[in-house]
Design a protein around this ligand. Structure first.
Ligand SMILES: Nc1ncnc2c1ncn2[C@@H]1O[C@H](COP(=O)(O)OP(=O)(O)OP(=O)(O)O)[C@@H](O)[C@H]1O
Ligand SMILES: [Zn+2]
Length: 621
């Protein structure tokens, strides 16, 4: 039925698909998940395909939930050192920042909890920021079960819940606010402590206007309020780490896992040596397949990371080499089998799969490469006796689907969890004895100076999901770049070694944390207009640099301040707009600001070309 509707009314078909998959849901949920407006849903009702009912839904956030109170755990020696340091800072009531550098599974959360407890004893309050994806009921429970007055702020609350929580905080009825990045602005008074868990995560940076990084905002806010900031991570951002070496931040280490459980052994598999099979490259090495069999036969669980969703990440013609690209964006389209469509991961436009090659009209169209959807099929054929669950933004669209998936994995109903980076963070499942990274190379070659850092972080984080129980754990990393320093250092769990090397590179080029960057992106319908405009902007910037920072251009640090580019952005076109970019590099925030001032006016007087300035950009593509 859906397929007949699909031809004439694709939106209505989508609504039906979502309902079949997810079951009953509220009107706003349905509209948001299916990305359809009211009229499509109403038309389906008129045609008798669906019914709308009025039902009482409790909208109170913690309605009917009871949180059993728990006491402090008796802390490990390392935790004790960290807690003591933070308590001392709190009692001084002076602004300071502490980097809690603790390997995966070292019990950072317990340190936060005991620090918060001290804050409350001292008559103050605390804000805890965690990445959106980690704001699971388990996380909330850990705070709720320790403290009485906890409010929660994140994006999936209803309007009503958000406003309830906001007033609770505003009226002084909360001691602790746990939330995603915007909770840094919570109307809490007497803030004594701000905790940022997984401080390296890019979700703390908001990439749409108003652009801000909650980590930086928290440091500024804490300075105003004489509060202490605790930044926690197993893989701190190089900015934060660097600040511990120049004395701005203090550092405290948790080098061991709780109970002295060892970090898992990591095996690197050189995929260049894996034999080619008739059908092209091999996706799963013999070693990984064998390791999976071993773990599964012992009734242990396996986590597989593939940081690419969809069935096949590009579709090409084997006759003429044509690659299917989005007409509006300059990126290749991804085939999604279940939707039987090709989708642009940038503008989300969807098209049917072409029957023949649009270029040479042959029947040579083939699906290339593996995304999670295709990997799921492959693994199911190799491991038919085990339950596999795929976790990516396509399968996790429903409101509670993430939570449901995690709890069925926790219960042991699922043997293999396959997912994108969504599965790499924070999960604490003792029965996971094997983590397989199907390709460590998805980020490494991106034209972004943070590609190495992001690869290192992702590998360490996902490796950290195993060996958390008594059965130990092992990690298998498949890569075509087995000598890359991000991969080798991640394999030896050597953050300091990685940071040393990465900082050397950054210093040579004067990239952050040594210099400051701003990225100027211009976009417009006409490529020539954009190109001309950005050349003018580059000239203006160069002039400003000569005026303000003249002497800096000579001498030892020639590369400290300047303009890189302009050049076409790595993704040349998005939604029919051509994009050019340039990067301004300066030795201090003040100099950066002075230079950028020279192009301030350019923002206003142009209709054909729009300009965006991103200071401390996280994405360079
Ligand atoms: N002092 C302690 N005694 C006993 N168990 C502890 C103690 N501290 C923490 N744990 C337990 O150790 C496990 C790991 O702790 P936690 O999740 O805080 O680690 P983490 O450092 O945040 O790791 P990750 O970076 O991987 O998320 C949890 O199950 C936690 O309950
Ligand atoms: Zn597109």
């Amino acid at each position: 039925m859906v397929s007949t509707i699909k031809k004439r009314a694709p939106k209505q078909a989508r609504v039906l698909e979502v309902l079949t998959e997810e079951g009953e849901m509220t009107f706003p949920e349905l509209a948001s998940i299916s990305k359809c407006k009211m009229d499509s849903i109403n038309r389906l009702r008129d045609r008798g395909f669906i019914t709308l009912d009025k039902k009482e839904v409790s909208d109170s956030l913690f309605a009917g939930k009871h949180f059993k109170k728990t006491a402090h755990l008796s802390s490990t020696e390392e935790q004790e050192v960290a807690i003591r340091l933070i308590k001392r800072k709190l009692r001084e009531r002076k602004h300071s920042v502490v980097l809690l550098k603790g390997v995966t599974g070292s019990g950072k959360t317990e340190v936060y909890l005991q620090a918060i407890s001290e804050v409350i004893t001292l008559g103050m309050r605390a804000i805890v920021l965690v990445p959106e994806i980690s704001l699971t009921p388990q996380t909330i429970e850990r705070f709720k079960s320790r403290f009485d007055r906890v409010s929660v702020l994140h994006s999936s609350l209803t309007e009503r819940q958000r406003s309830d929580q906001w007033w609770e905080i505003k009226n002084g009825n909360a001691d602790v606010v746990v939330g995603a990045r915007s909770a840094v602005f919570a109307p809490l008074e007497d803030v004594g402590l701000i905790v940022i868990d997984e401080e390296h995560e890019n979700t703390f940076k908001q990439d749409t206007s108003p652009r801000y990084n909650a980590r930086d905002v928290s440091v500024v806010r804490a300075a105003y309020e004489n509060a202490v900031v605790v930044l926690g991570s197993a893989t701190p951002s190089l900015e934060s780490f660097y600040n511990t070496s120049n004395g701005k931040y203090e550092c405290v280490n948790l080098k061991n896992r709780v109970g002295h459980k060892p970090l898992p052994r990591v095996e690197i598999i050189d995929m260049r040596r894996e034999v080619y099979r008739g059908k092209g490259l091999k996706q799963i090495s013999n070693y990984l397949e064998l390791s999976m069999k071993q773990s599964l036969s012992r009734k242990e669980q396996v986590l597989l990371l593939l940081n690419r969703r969809g069935f096949s990440p590009f579709i090409s013609c084997r006759r003429c080499g044509f690659v299917l690209r989005c007409k509006r964006c300059d990126i290749s389209l991804t085939y999604h089998k279940k939707r039987d469509a090709v989708i642009c991961h940038y503008c989300f436009s969807e098209e049917p799969v072409p029957g023949e090659c649009p270029d040479c009209c042959s029947n040579g169209i083939r699906f290339q490469g593996f995304g999670t959807e295709r990997m799921e099929e492959l693994i199911k054929t190799r491991f038919p006796d085990y339950n596999l669950l795929r976790m990516d933004s396509d399968t996790m669209r429903g409101k509670d689907s993430h939570e449901k998936a995690l709890s069925s994995f926790r219960n042991g109903d699922i043997d293999i969890l396959l997912g994108t980076q969504m599965i790499a963070k924070g999960l604490d499942f003792p029965n996971v004895t094997l983590v397989g990274v199907l390709s460590a190379d998805t980020i490494i070659n991106l034209p972004d100076f943070r590609a190495g850092e992001k690869t290192f972080q992702l590998l360490c984080q996902v490796a950290g999901r195993t060996g958390r129980g008594s059965k130990g754990g092992k990690v298998v990393v498949q890569t075509y770049n087995p000598e890359h320093y991000s991969i080798t250092h991640a394999a030896s769990h050597d953050y300091d070694g990685f940071a040393k090397k990465e900082l050397e590179y950054r210093k040579q080029l004067y990239y952050p944390p040594y210099g400051r960057l701003a990225r100027v992106v211009l976009r417009g319908k006409n490529d020539q207009d954009v190109k001309e405009k950005i050349s003018k902007i580059a000239e203006k910037l160069m002039k400003a640099i000569k005026l303000s920072g003249g002497p800096l251009l000579s001498g030892l640090h020639k590369n400290k301040i300047g303009v890189l580019g302009p050049a076409p952005a790595p993704i040349v076109k998005v939604k029919d707009n051509y994009r050019w970019h340039l990067i301004v590099k300066a030795d201090s925030f003040n100099n950066l600001h002075t230079i950028l001032k020279s192009i301030e006016n350019e923002k206003r007087n142009s209709k054909k070309v729009q300009m965006m300035i991103d200071v401390d950009p996280y994405m360079l593509i």
